[in-house]
Every structure is written in C-alpha cells, then in structure tokens.
Design a protein around this ligand. Structure first.
Ligand SMILES: [Fe+2]
Ligand SMILES: [Fe+2]
Length: 307
C-alpha cells in the first residue's frame, strides 16, 4: 500500500484553535494536551513542495549531493512515517489531538514529496520504494516512528549544521531543507510530550505494560540499527545509509571525531528545540546519552564550548 499523499492525509484543521494555557502546566493534564497540540498546529509552515524552485547546481556540487548514500532510505522513511502516523491518527477520538497527529502525518507525506521532487530535479537514481504496509498495532507504529525520529533528528540536526558550515550544501539548498529540519524538531517535541501525556492519562494498571512497550520499541530500534550496520561491506546500501548517521561527517567531506560531532549535535538540538514553549518536555534520552558519553570520554569541556 502506498503512503497517503499530503492532500488525503490532512483534512481536518480544528475550526478554532484553543487558547494556549497560561501558568504552570502539569504533564498529563488537559492543559498539557492543549499546549502540545496548539504548538504543533500553530507552528506549521504552509509551504507547497510544488512551488519550490530547485536551485541549479554546478556539476561538482550536484554530483556530491546525488552521490550521498541517503536518498533511498530518506524517501522510504518519510513514506513509512506518514503511514504509521496517519494510521494512529485514525483511531484518536479527541478532535484536537487528532488534528495535531494528522498534521504530523501530513508533514511526513509532504517531506516525501519534497524529496521526490528533489530526486527528479537532480536526476538521483533510487531503488524501487518498499510497500508501505498498514501497521497492525498503530500505537506501536507511532512509537517506532516517534522514537526513531528522536535518534535520527538529533544526528540530522548536527550533520545539517556541518553541511551548511562546510559549504557542502550550497546556501540555496540549505534554505530549501531548513523547513524540513524545523518540522522534524516540532515532531520530536510533540512526540515526547504525547508519550508523557498518554502515559499519565491511562489507567494505573496499563502503565507497566506501556513502559514495557516503550522499552521494546527502543530495543527494536537498537537491534534494527545494529542489524543494518552488520550488513556493511556486503554492498548493502541500506547498511551504508544507516551508517551515514555515524559516518555522516566523513560523507560530507569533513573529518570530525565523535566528540566534536556529538557536541555539535547537542548544541543544534538545544538551539532548535529551545525556541518552543519552555513548559513542554524536551527529548532527553539521546541528548542525555551523548552528554554522558562526552563526560566518560573526558570531553566535558566541549559541552561548555558549544553552550
Ligand atoms: Fe519527516
Ligand atoms: Fe517527522
């Protein structure tokens, strides 16, 4: 089954957005739900992929961009995200939450369109897309996409910064992809708040089950990444692409050691997520793991330098 197109994925803006709650907001409260949904809906950027004027690149730059081993997996990831998120949205009864999750699905489908247009504009050859199968457990699928984005966006923010600063991406292309990066920041912000809200709204007896489900999603994502990395050297493109997260700076023509890369990712993560309402929860797991790794490696001063 194909991923839904943006038009079909998002149809129901709430007729009137609720007022953003004032004062302290308790996690799991109705005010928390309103704040996270209102943030998602009011920060939406209504750009239209069809109106993007893909900049003409010089042959060297175009070759550099088209030979990055990320485009197949990027298109497939957006397609799967759109399917997973829109399927979860279908089962939500609360109109405001439903609209916010539909918005998330709409934006994933739009990312896929942007990438598809770029692939066409620059003559990038893709392997055939996988089938986007409707998930049997929509909550599980939504969580797989959400936590997966928490990992990928964290590193994506840093690598995008490196590509921008090194000139690997020309400024026009940076401008074109900036709204996509901004959207991913909003998605992970919304997702971690949904997890906190959802957990607190469920009856006490369901919470241990939900905690197990969260742990199982993380185990699945770690296994998936190890499995893909194991395929390296077998001409396995998926593995090369997944490994891009780790070796991405090299692919971008910049030799950066892990501690510097982690510090740049942390600084970008804080900068991008710092602009939203401070009462919302921020993703903690990946940034926390990276901060810990830097301290263990004795590179704590890099954190201070990037702050
Ligand atoms: Fe996306
Ligand atoms: Fe996303």
């Amino acid at each position: 089954m194909n991923a839904p197109t943006p038009k079909s994925a998002f149809t129901a803006f709430p007729p009137r957005l609720p007022a953003v709650p004032r004062g302290r907001v308790r996690l799991g409260s109705d005010a928390h739900r309103t704040l996270m949904c209102a943030t998602m809906l009011t920060t939406h950027d209504p750009y239209k992929p069809a109106l993007i004027d893909w900049p003409k690149l010089d042959p060297v730059t175009q070759n550099r961009i088209t030979s990055l081993p990320i485009w197949d997996i990027a298109v497939a990831t957006e397609g799967r995200a759109s399917m997973n998120v829109s399927t979860y949205a279908e089962g939500i009864a609360d109109p405001l939450l439903k609209s916010a999750v539909e918005m998330n699905a709409f934006e994933e489908a739009r990312h896929k369109l942007v990438l598809g247009d770029m692939v066409q504009a620059y003559g990038i050859e893709l392997v055939p897309e996988p089938a986007y199968v409707r998930p049997r457990d929509p909550e599980w699928a939504f969580m797989v996409t959400g936590f997966s984005e928490c990992i990928d966006s964290f590193f994506g923010f840093g690598l995008f910064r490196i590509a921008k600063d090194s000139g690997f991406f020309p400024p026009e292309l940076v401008d074109t992809f900036e709204p996509v990066m901004r959207a991913e920041g909003r998605h992970i912000l919304f997702f971690v708040n949904w997890v906190a809200w959802h957990r607190r709204k469920m009856p006490l007896w369901r919470r241990p089950w939900f905690a197990l489900k969260v742990a199982a999603v993380w185990a699945f994502l770690i296994w998936e990444r190890i499995d893909m990395a194991k395929g390296l050297g077998d001409g396995n493109t998926r593995a090369e692409e997944s490994n891009f997260t780790l070796n991405g700076s090299k692919e971008l023509g910049v030799e950066i050691e892990f501690p510097e890369l982690a510090a740049i990712c942390l600084a970008e993560n804080d900068r991008r997520l710092g602009v939203y309402d401070a009462r919302l929860k921020r993703p903690k797991f990946v940034p926390g793991a990276m901060r810990l790794a830097l301290k263990v490696l004795g590179k704590g001063k890099l954190l201070a330098a990037q702050a």
